[in-house]
Design a protein around this ligand. Structure first.
Ligand code: NAD
Ligand code: UGA
Length: 334
């Protein structure tokens, strides 16, 4: 059904892909982003250029952590999707203050905006990072939230969840909080493993693995994430939901799949494990299955194949992008 939606973080990976879905379905999309330089601004600008091809998309370049900036937003929306954030785990130890600003202050501001304007629904993106290492026990919503999150990123995201719930406690707004598990796919993030690995193998550069490559993730394909966000937008289902793949894979398996798809062998350099990196995060998906009727449909091999195809198509853009950020130099490099 056609809706009027506000999407924060629309120049980002997930925001961009979700906006495209909504626009194709006939919704009016108001996108907000401050196009920060957490990673390539060029990539974010390219996403916005694509969105602007749709007549029912409007864009505001605005920093949500500055409360007065929200006065320039329209006031009536069917639903607000708050995806804007600083999302890199490893970078969060380097610049904690930016994470506090963009993940907690901005979330408080958007929650107040929703409250003041009596908007019926708020969807806030959260992260599997709040759980820390799961070991072989699947992580469940509403039970396993840690009181000692493993990164500044995780700490600010769980704070954002709690601030939003507290601000809207007495309101009738429906709050849904999807917690995504390591998302990848076309238009992905160059600070994350899969896009980098494809780029490095494709261009013959050395793949940098932090640790021995045996750490596991429930790598989740972007289309499955967009479907989950669509269900939360269309239905009135409050609560927190794990949105992740039902398969765990190691980084070494990811690299094998990319090598096969590109018919090219990776040059690999194993570096120190990233600071406080988790070995394994395994989602319990029962709640998403039972309450949202959502299940992940895309296998890692299919998702990587699609992503590699997209990288080939966008090779000129991807060659212009930086893949490492300041401070991302492991101590065993010379
Ligand atoms: P992204 O970095 O690509 O997108 C976030 C966008 O928010 C960026 O374009 C950035 O410029 C914008 N932004 C940041 N601070 C802002 C501010 N103060 N005002 C306005 N805009 C601001 O990240 P993503 O991968 O698309 O992640 C989207 C959401 O999903 C985030 O909340 C993230 O924490 C969450 N998440 C992502 C993943 C993943 O694997 N990609 C997994 C779990 C959770
Ligand atoms: C990712 C996203 O960056 C977060 O925004 C998100 O919240 C989180 O997933 C989540 O699942 O909730 P992360 O798991 O660190 O965080 O994802 P990647 O950047 O893809 O890293 C995965 C693994 O690859 C980590 O062990 C990391 O150390 C490793 N890695 C990453 C490398 O070995 N080399 C690299 O160049 C990059």
């Amino acid at each position: 059904m056609s809706k009027k939606v506000l999407v924060t973080g629309c120049a980002g990976f997930i925001g961009y892909n979700f906006c495209l879905k909504m626009l194709k379905e006939g919704s009016s999309v108001y996108g907000v982003d401050n196009i920060n330089d957490a990673y390539s601004v060029l990539l974010k600008q390219s996403r916005i250029l694509n969105l602007k091809k749709h007549a029912s998309f409007s864009f505001l370049n605005l920093d949500l952590s500055v409360v007065d900036n929200l006065d320039s937003l329209e006031k009536s929306f069917d639903v607000v999707l708050h995806l804007a954030a600083r999302a890199g785990v490893r970078q969060s130890f380097i610049n904690p203050e930016i994470y506090v600003r963009d993940n907690t202050l901005a979330t408080a501001n958007i929650s107040n905006f929703v409250n003041k304007n009596s908007i019926k629904k708020l969807i806030i993106a959260s992260t599997s990072s709040v759980y820390g290492d799961s070991g072989m026990k699947k992580v469940c919503e509403d039970k396993d939230e840690l009181t000692s999150p493993p990164s500044v990123y995780a700490a600010t995201k769980i704070a954002g969840e709690n601030i939003a719930k507290t601000i809207l406690d007495d309101s009738t707004t429906i709050i849904s909080i999807p917690r995504f598990f390591t998302v990848y796919g076309p238009w992905g993030r160059p600070d994350m493993s899969i896009l980098r690995f494809i780029h490095w193998i494709q261009s013959g550069e050395t793949v940098r693995i932090y640790g021995n490559g045996e750490q596991k993730r429930a790598f989740t394909y972007i289309d499955d994430v967009v479907t989950a966000l669509g269900k939360l937008t269309d239905q009135n289902i409050p609560g927190t939901f794990n949105i992740g793949s039902d398969n765990l894979n190691t980084l070494n398996e990811v690299i094998n799949l990319i090598e096969k798809k590109l018919s090219k062998k990776a040059k690999i350099k194993y570096l120190d494990k990233a600071y406080r990196d988790v070995d394994l995060i395994m989602p319990d998906l029962d709640k998403a299955k039972n309450q949202l009727s959502w299940v992940p449909l895309t296998s890692l091999s299919e998702g990587i194949s699609n992503t590699v195809e997209w990288c080939k198509e966008k090779i000129d853009l991807l060659n212009e992008i930086d893949y490492l950020y300041d401070g991302e130099k492991s101590s065993n490099e010379n």
